[in-house]
Design a protein. Sequence first.
Length: 296
Amino acid sequence: MSSIAFIGLGNMGAPMAHNLIKAGHQLTVFDLVPQAVQGLAAAGARAAADATEAVKGAEVVVTMLPASKHVEALYLADDLLAAIDAAALVIDCSTIAPDSARKVAAAAKARGLAMIDAPVSGGTGGAVAGTLTFIVGGEADALQRAMPVLQCMGKNIFHAGAAGAGQVAKICNNMLLGILMAGTSEALALGVANGLDPKVLSDIIAKSSGRNWATELYNPWPGVMDHAPASKGYAGGFGVDLMLKDLGLAAESALSTRSSIPLGELARNLYSLHSAAGTGKLDFSSIVKLYTDKAA
Ligand code: NAD
């Protein structure tokens, strides 16, 4: 059992923290949203008044924040690193720019702290079930130390390479996810416009060569899968603006290496148009509305 500070209790962080409590770890939690902290306190976590209090005496610090600016603000501008015990291990699970991850990891190293970037894949369903995929960047020793903690929240744990490499791999994965969700939405909208039942078409695709994560687990069409955000008014899940952030990170990475990502850029523009209509907080599978609302 370890004493763990967990900071960032949103759609992903809250269920991940719950799984650490279930596994017997002693958690101290903090989020800017008081209700999020109360939810974990009700499950047995200690509630901290701020991030500095949360990390005091912790053996492991886990953060699950929205974007680079939040991670840099917390660890660097607010100098949370200075409050963390020198023997502690720091695990940032947020999806952020590889350069930000390297910058924070270097600052941690300068203070003698071990740190890994460990962004996740698997969605809120994977976070609740404890079946996330962790994509880790950092030193092998630090990953070995992190294993018992990561295994309480996930099933597949990959070492992508040095600091920041976890973020590079995660960005590639999410660029593909953004493209395939838009493509799946486009195919379903085409079928429905031509008289097909969305459930029947989804069943056909799920057993044909167009099958993918969306048709198997996360169908964007309302009513096709009861558990999917599409059937819950696109609430919870992975926000449109978070997908837009990840596609922006892919674009930045492409610029820095002169890589061509025509489909990634097209997907970024689709999510940007969609977000501009006020959908930023909806699950990203609501991209299907770009097709259906227009048709209506
Ligand atoms: P979210 O917006 O639901 O949660 C983020 C939480 O961080 C919020 O509760 C917010 O109040 C808190 N926060 C922000 N700044 C803080 C600070 N300084 N101190 C304490 N708390 C702070 O986001 P999410 O969906 O949980 O995603 C978190 C990260 O995981 C993002 O980087 C996202 O890209 C990534 N991710 C999300 C999913 C998904 O399906 N939602 C899947 C994989 C990866």
